[in-house]
Design a protein around this ligand. Structure first.
Ligand code: NAD
Length: 510
């Protein structure tokens, strides 16, 4: 049978993510002891957290509805006390019952304008949690916290390793970490998510800190959750103000940095500006596909739109929309951010056509920005892409098979470890501002970020094209390997050289 391009081996995500590590280690003849140090994480923390959940109102199934046809409506309304969840259920806060007229039959009640719901008892729930501290030779462990139903030790090991390479590429004095909780956040209330966040930090307190390990937002976590985590860590401490740098990605009013919210998307756009410059082109008029419309996807789309690029397709977990003339990005942002759009989805946006999920990556465009979860650019997807460049705003969006196809088809790649390094770079600026008790302007932050991203991407491009040079911004002469290589391996070669320097110059304690 003809060999297919589909992934045939079943390897772990971690093994897949380490392919570039081994390629680059071979190429630069990484010191064997350093290689062993970097092949596995320093620490794998796996623990459990429990919280108390509130009672729920769960929609009655279609078949059961007929039995309650004559059930009169109760006088409770969906709102703050009956908190709507993204999964269609309502959380029952007892204050909803105060002064209400309730008619219950077999535990079912009718809520005006919402329909029939069955009361289900809440109670204690247990969740599996993780923190992988991969490497700290260059500085404190650093990495995001993800709340998602599909997380695993394997995934967090891969993401924590990625953070180790990313902080080295961004040339900031941090190591790598990642962690989070196995939970479907759409099924829990704000208060329950707050309790999960508090318990997460309560359990981790002895192994994190501003000079030890610094969490940040990732998928389904945000500045609000960072505030809760900071409070839990600093509560009762004698000098809580000196510990604000324990998490980054905070609200600017409580020690967050200007520019942090958009920093990852901004970094992606700085990379794309350089890519266009190498080709003697500009981003104006380029057609763009954005997958994921959360923190990173929205910022990338907004900034590119402002630069005159056309966002022709956007896909999130719930829907795909397309407009070949370019979507009205401010209107799309308003649609996704509307208070009643609980899933913050692009679904239902009237300024574009609805598209089948599998047709998204086949759209005509010059730029593809995967900004959702890992593994979306598979070999098959890559075969059908019509774009000139894939800018990996998400972590690990391209499978090894996808990588090979992109290479064969000469589609350019801006690898994740530089493409989305804007977030952690501004996290470093936030940490510095916290320690110095300073507050920088957005212009200051973006100027520094632009220099940092463009200089380090420049070094990676020089390694890939084997063009050693010293420019006013950087010196790539120490990093080239003597032949042309792909961008992902080039990025990894840069990271490994910088990490290796620490081990070799500082030596090993025995
Ligand atoms: P987010 O939770 O704000 O948004 C995630 C988006 O992806 C949502 O729009 C969601 O609907 C969409 N999505 C989820 N599953 C999908 C699917 N199967 N198909 C299409 N869309 C899907 O997350 P974020 O912070 O924007 O992070 C996105 C990616 O960027 C992640 O890979 C994350 O690790 C990476 N990243 C984030 C940051 C940061 O600063 N937030 C920094 C570096 C890397």
């Amino acid at each position: 049978m003809k060999a297919s391009r589909k992934d045939t081996r079943r390897t772990s995500l971690f093994d897949e993510s380490m392919e570039a590590f081994y390629r680059a280690a071979e190429l630069i003849k990484l010191d064997p002891r350093v290689r062993l140090e970097l092949e596995e994480p320093d620490f794998e923390h796996i623990f459990y957290i429990t919280i108390e959940t509130r009672d729920r109102l769960v929609p009655v199934s279609k078949e059961d509805e007929a039995r309650f046809k004559d059930l009169p409506a109760s006088s409770v309304k969906a709102g703050e006390a009956l908190e709507p969840l993204a999964n269609g259920q309502l959380v029952l806060h007892r204050r909803a019952l105060l002064k209400a007229d309730i008619t219950l039959r077999e535990g079912v009640l009718r809520i005006p304008k919402r329909g029939l719901f069955r009361i289900e008892k809440g109670g204690p729930k247990k969740f599996k949690a993780y923190r992988i501290q991969y490497n700290q030779v260059r500085g404190p462990y650093k990495g995001g916290v993800r709340f998602h139903k599909d997380v695993s030790l394997d995934l967090f090991k891969a993401l924590a390793a990625d953070m180790t390479w990313k902080t080295a590429i961004a040339d900031i004095p941090f190591g790598g970490a990642k962690g989070g909780v196995r939970i479907d956040p759409s099924a829990y209330s704000r208060e329950e998510i707050e309790h999960v966040s508090l318990r997460f930090i309560y359990k981790l307190k002895s192994v994190i800190g501003p000079y030890v390990d610094i969490p940040a937002p990732d998928v389904n976590t945000n500045p609000e959750i960072m505030a809760i985590m900071m409070r839990q860590f600093t509560d009762g401490e004698r000098m809580p103000h000196a510990m604000r740098g324990v998490v980054t990605g905070k609200d600017v009013r409580i020690g967050g940095s200007e520019g942090r919210a958009k920093a990852t998307g901004q970094g992606t756009v700085y990379c794309l500006e350089e890519w266009a410059r190498w080709r003697g082109e500009s981003l104006a008029g380029k057609r763009v596909l954005v997958q994921g419309f959360g923190n990173v996807g929205t910022a990338s789309a907004e900034i590119l739109h402002a630069l005159g690029a056309k966002i022709v397709g956007v896909q999130d977990a719930y829907g795909t929309i397309h407009n070949e003339k370019g979507l009205d990005v401010p209107a799309l942002l308003a649609h996704a951010g509307a208070p009643d759009n609980l899933r913050r989805s692009v679904e239902g946006f009237t300024g574009g056509n609805k598209l089948d999920r599998e047709d998204f990556w086949k759209l005509d465009a010059e730029i593809a920005i995967p900004a959702a979860l890992g593994g979306s650019i598979t070999g098959d997807v890559a075969e059908n892409l019509k774009v000139q460049v894939v800018a990996e705003a998400a972590n690990g969006p391209t499978t090894p098979d996808g990588d090979r196809v992109l290479g064969d088809r000469k589609i350019d790649l801006i690898p994740d470890i530089i493409c989305n390094a804007g977030g952690v770079t501004v996290s470093y600026y936030e940490w510095l501002q916290n320690l110095r008790m300073e507050h920088w302007t957005e212009a200051d932050v973006n100027n520094r970020l632009e220099r940092a991203i463009k200089a380090n991407l420049g070094i990676i491009h020089d390694i890939a094209t084997n063009s050693p040079q010293k420019t006013p911004l950087y010196d790539s002469r120490r990093f080239v390997v003597g032949k042309k290589i792909d961008m992902r391996t080039a990025a990894m070669a840069l990271a490994l050289r910088r990490i290796e320097n620490h081990y070799l110059l500082e030596g090993f304690s025995q």
